[in-house]
Ligand binder design. Structure first.
Ligand code: ZN
Length: 429
């Protein structure tokens, strides 16, 4: 029941953020981050346009009030107020009258999906355009059209949100999520909602690691953040980019560039033990912001946690990536798996067996054949044996869980029991 409510809460958040017109800069991003601040104590950062960030520059800030195409009867045949996808993101302002032929190069449609509006942007080349359904396009006539984009593209700021949660260790876990898409649900509102709730969970948790959770515009966001925080990134021991976590597809994990980082093993273990379909992909330098975190100058242990990958579902970057595509049960499933990832990272320690010469007598300690739950007993006892055997100071609990093919949570719970009974001691790190 509690889990059903969780799915509903995540979906509600997607629903609330859906109408806002986000981009890589501007008030849509600020309004989105303000909504997140109602749930988590996020700090907002404003980086001025023109700031040099590695090979890039923070762009001008874009804001939009309204946009439309009117026919000669004064009817709006394309109307930004009906969908913010109708305007190419970062369109420069324009107010003019054009013939259909002059207008055509500025119109974008998807002939294969004639009811859908494509999502397009032109961040780094000053241009303007409209996106519309192909059916809308087919209804246009050879006539003059009044074209209006009431936008501003001026010096301003790039806005991002950051939440730092101090743990016992200065070692950090980075969770990163992009916030720059307008009315699109799976990409990227699903990630924003799931990461916000993950932050809520972490806020209350007794933390071993410190957590740095960042909500940034895609590409330029992590480039800016890495540039401003370069001396700090060596503290990042594990990281995830979270996106596309609300569709019906199986969970997919794209490994970090390193390929064998602890986070890569932890996510693979969690997905395997979850018992449903999943996919593990090797790193490639295309996708989301793992591209920046895994650039060779940083090579951070950051993978990408998603369901159906970018570009692999037909609704991707179209108006069909809407509130029907994303569903509460998939958001919840992704969230629950991420909690397991965090709990596994937190609990993955190395122990020494304090009775390493032959097996300790478990029966006299009440540890053998006295455990409750008949069905689970076999696995619980195997967990005991595996931990005792592998805890030689050189193998972590994740090593044990992988080798024994037993869920990490049970391995951890059993290790705690052995520690309470004086049979196991955590090795100092
Ligand atoms: Zn996208």
């Amino acid at each position: 029941m509690r889990e059903e409510r969780l799915g509903h809460d995540l979906y509600k958040m997607v629903e609330e953020l859906y109408p806002l017109c986000r981009s890589i800069t501007g008030n849509g991003v600020r309004e989105t981050l303000a909504k997140l601040q109602e749930k988590i104590p996020l700090s907002l950062h404003e980086v001025p346009s023109g700031t040099a960030v590695f090979d890039w520059k923070v762009p001008k800030e874009w804001n939009i009030q309204d946009a439309y195409i009117k026919n000669r009867h004064g009817t709006k045949v394309v109307d930004f107020q009906k969908s913010n996808l109708h305007v190419v993101g970062y369109s420069v302002p324009i107010r003019t009258t054009l013939s259909f032929n002059e207008l055509k190069p500025h119109l974008f449609t998807l002939p294969d999906h004639p009811d859908w509006i494509p999502y397009r942007t032109s961040y780094y080349k000053e241009d303007w355009g409209f996106c519309l359904s192909h059916n809308q396009w087919l209804n246009l006539q050879e006539e003059d059209y009044e074209v209006c984009i009431d936008s501003t593209l001026e010096d301003g700021f790039l806005t991002y949100g950051e939440l730092f949660l101090r743990g016992q260790s200065p070692d950090e876990v980075l969770i990163s999520c992009h916030i720059c898409h307008p009315s699109l649900c799976n990409d990227n509102l699903s990630g924003i909602a799931v990461v916000t709730y993950l932050a809520k969970y972490l806020l209350k948790k007794n933390r071993r690691y410190s957590y740095r959770i960042v909500f940034l515009p895609g590409t330029i966001g992590p480039i800016t953040w890495l540039s401003l925080n370069e001396e700090r990134v060596t503290r990042i021991k594990h990281g995830l980019v979270v996106a596309l976590v609300g569709d019906p597809g199986p969970s997919t994990y794209k490994k970090s560039r390193r390929g064998d980082a602890e986070i890569d093993r932890v996510v693979a273990h969690v997905l395997l033990q979850a018992g449903s379909d999943f996919q593990i992909r090797e790193f490639s330098p295309y996708g989301y912001d793992e591209r920046q975190y895994c650039s060779p100058g940083f090579n951070l242990p950051v993978g990408c946690f998603m369901r159906t990958p970018n570009g692999c579902f037909p609704e991707y970057h179209t108006s069909a990536d809407n509130l029907n595509l994303v569903q509460p049960q998939y958001l919840r499933d992704s969230f629950v798996k991420l909690l397991s990832v965090v709990d596994t990272l937190e609990g993955n320690k190395t122990y020494s067996n304090l009775n390493p010469k032959c097996e300790p007598q478990l029966g006299k300690r009440g540890l053998y054949r006295t455990l409750s739950g008949q069905a689970e007993r076999g696995q619980k006892e195997m967990a005991l044996f595996w931990i005792l055997n592998m805890s030689d100071g050189a193998h972590s609990l994740l090593d044990v869980a992988e080798r024994a093919n037993i869920p990490f949570a049970l391995i951890k719970q059993t290790a705690d029991l052995l520690e309470d009974n004086g049979l196991l001691r955590e090795c100092s790190t």
